[in-house]
Each structure stands twice: as structure tokens, then as C-alpha cells.
Design a binder for this molecule. Structure first.
Ligand code: 5GP
Ligand code: MN
Length: 324
């Protein structure tokens, strides 16, 4: 439960020799960009590093340098490390099967930027005023004085641009853009990276998007929008859950919509992506349903059948909108 500063986090990393670094399940550009750049920083500091994630790297992020080195936690010897470090995960459950190794380490550091972070490390470097976990890794580069190379810059650009929707929302302040300038200084080739990360979509994504849009409904007088993807939608398009990334934003970016959801039938339940515009707070709703996230972007998984799960969430959102 110990809250620590940037300097203390740097000291903890400096003192370690063998470090296990993990991130959250269903990793996105911030999770992987932060994991890989933190791994690179630690290696440049002379540490032995093992990078792990429960779920595989999605196809669209396999171009990130070093992504082939990320292991599944299952085969990892839990006694092999003197420090475990989790990055971009708000709670222990979010690192999935990496929790076994994380929890076995004598020193456990959580680095994160989620407002709903539970301080599950023995030491916690958590700052919810930054847009992405990548911003915290940028600070660690600065504090350690380690030189950032082109690959680090690409990884950190993936992190910073993913969690801000390619620089359109989130906590983008002066420090954020000074860090971006640092990435450019380190040799970031931004246009091809932007195309890879934000413009090109897989055909599976586009097919799923068509089905999600076909399911779009409005509630609360047009202030709430909802979409759904069923098992049949995934089967008929051949798409995987990772191909649904970003679809929920299409419902938010409609005139009059203040709050929206995408409900997707997945193997272990119905996955909800929630989005809102200020002054709303969907993280509180997500926490009530067993999940978490940020004020404006959160999620949870429901074990109820699709219709029941959607009905419950819709009623909760209606209550929220009715409260003003
Ligand atoms: P997305 O909708 O893009 O998957 O997730 C938006 C945000 O909500 C992310 O920051 C993610 O970490 C968080 N989030 C999504 N699903 C869950 C969940 O089931 N539990 C928790 N704690 N956070 C989630
Ligand atoms: Mn993040």
C-alpha cells in the first residue's frame, strides 16, 4: 500500500537485478508500449528482464520492437526475480495469470495511471494526472538519465498516442508535449507509426464495425447509445475480440451522445466497453459492475446472458443521465 515518488521508484528499479515486468490482460498500445520501453530501459541499466503478459500481442501491435520477447506467465519460474513490476494495470486481477509470479516476488512495484488503481503493489508509483503509463516511463528515462533510442521513442509514442486517441482526449498538458518532443528528438518517425497505429484497420475490424453499427440504438432521448456484438457476429466475420478495439468510440462520436457502451459476447462473459464525455464518470459505473478504468473510458465483464447484462447497464446509465 506504500505510495512512492518518481525518485523512489527509480531507486527501487536501480537496486534490482532480476526483474519481472508484466502488464494487463488484453493489452493495448499503452500496455505494450510501456511494458516494452520499461523493459528496454531496465536492460540499458544492466538488469536481467523478463517481460510477460497473459494474452498475446494483437496483430496490429506486432510491429512494436521487441514484442516477440513477451512471454506468457505460465511457464515462468516465480522464484527467479528480486523485483516484480506491473505497468498500466489498475488492480491485481487485471494482470491475469501474471499475478502468480508478481505475488511471489519479495519486492513488488506497481506503476500506473488509472484513477481506479487499488495500490496492489508493496510500492506504488501511481499518478492518475498523466494520460498514459508511457508518460511515467518517459519520466523514468529522464530520472535515470538513460538515453532513449529510436525504438524506445516508437514504443512510447504507441503508449502516449493510444491512450489519448491519437492526441484527441485525456490529460495532455505541457509535460505531455515536452515528452513527445523528447520522442521526436530520439528519432521518432511519426507518420508511418501513426498510419500503423491509428489509420490502418484489419478487414476483420471493418466487418465487425459494420455489424456493430447495424446494432446501434439510442436511449435517454439520444443521450445514451449502445451497440452489441454477438457470438454469431464474431463467427460469421471470423473476427476475434481484439478486432473490436475502438468500435465503442463510434457510438460516442455522434451528435447528442454523452455516454455509450459496446457489449460483446466473449468466451468468459459479456465484455462491456464504456465511454462518456465530461462531466460524466463511467469508471464509477464500471467499478459497480466489477470492472474499472478511467472517468471517460472504462470496462467490465458480466457473467449474465447478453440481454440481461445489457438491460442492467442501460438502466444504470439512464439513472446516471437522469440525475442531472
Ligand atoms: P477499453 O474499453 O478500451 O477496453 O478499456 C478502457 C479502460 O477501461 C482501460 O483503461 C482499461 O484498462 C479499463 N478496463 C476495461 N475493462 C476493464 C475491466 O474489466 N476491469 C478493469 N479494472 N478495468 C477495465
Ligand atoms: Mn493506459
Amino acid at each position: 500500500m506504500n505510495e512512492i515518488s518518481l525518485k523512489q521508484a527509480t531507486d527501487t528499479l536501480t537496486r534490482a537485478d532480476r526483474v519481472f515486468v508484466c502488464t494487463h490482460v488484453e493489452p493495448d498500445g499503452d500496455a505494450l508500449g510501456s511494458l516494452l520501453s520499461l523493459g528496454s530501459l531496465l536492460r540499458k541499466m544492466g538488469k536481467q528482464v523478463t517481460l510477460a503478459c497473459q494474452d498475446p500481442v494483437p496483430e496490429n501491435l506486432r510491429f512494436l520492437p521487441g514484442s516477440g520477447d513477451i512471454r506468457r506467465p505460465d511457464g515462468v519460474d516465480a522464484d527467479a526475480f528480486d523485483l516484480a513490476c506491473s505497468i498500466d494495470a489498475s488492480d491485481l486481477g487485471r494482470i491475469g495469470s501474471a499475478a502468480r509470479v508478481f505475488s511471489a516476488c519479495p519486492r513488488r512495484l506497481a506503476i500506473d495511471h488509472h484513477a481506479s488503481n487499488t495500490r496492489f503493489g508493496l510500492e506504488n508509483y501511481v499518478d492518475s494526472t498523466v494520460a498514459s503509463s508511457g508518460n511515467l516511463v518517459c519520466r523514468l528515462f529522464g530520472e535515470t538519465g538513460v538515453r532513449m533510442d529510436e525504438n524506445d521513442a516508437l514504443l512510447l509514442y504507441a503508449a502516449l498516442s493510444t491512450d489519448t486517441g491519437n492526441f484527441s482526449f485525456g490529460q495532455m498538458d505541457e509535460e505531455f508535449f515536452l515528452q513527445m518532443a523528447g520522442l521526436m528528438h530520439a528519432g521518432l518517425d511519426i507518420s508511418p507509426a501513426a498510419r500503423q497505429l491509428h489509420l490502418i484497420k484489419s478487414p476483420y475490424h471493418i466487418k465487425l464495425l459494420g455489424r456493430a453499427i447495424a446494432s446501434l440504438r439510442f436511449f435517454s432521448g439520444g443521450r445514451q447509445a449502445g451497440m452489441r456484438l454477438t457470438h454469431a457476429d464474431f463467427e460469421k466475420t471470423g473476427a476475434k475480440p481484439e478486432h473490436a478495439e475502438g468500435i465503442v468510440n463510434r457510438a460516442l462520436n455522434i451528435y447528442g451522445v454523452e455516454m455509450c457502451y459496446l457489449a460483446s459476447e466473449e468466451e468468459d462473459g459479456v465484455k462491456f466497453n464504456l465511454r462518456a464525455v465530461p462531466p460524466h464518470d463511467v469508471s464509477r459505473i464500471a467499478v459497480e459492475f466489477g470492472g474499472g478504468g478511467h472517468l471517460l473510458a472504462s470496462g467490465f465483464t458480466s457473467r449474465k446472458p447478453l440481454n440481461d447484462a445489457v438491460r442492467a447497464l442501460r438502466a444504470r446509465m439512464e439513472a446516471e443521465l437522469g440525475r442531472e
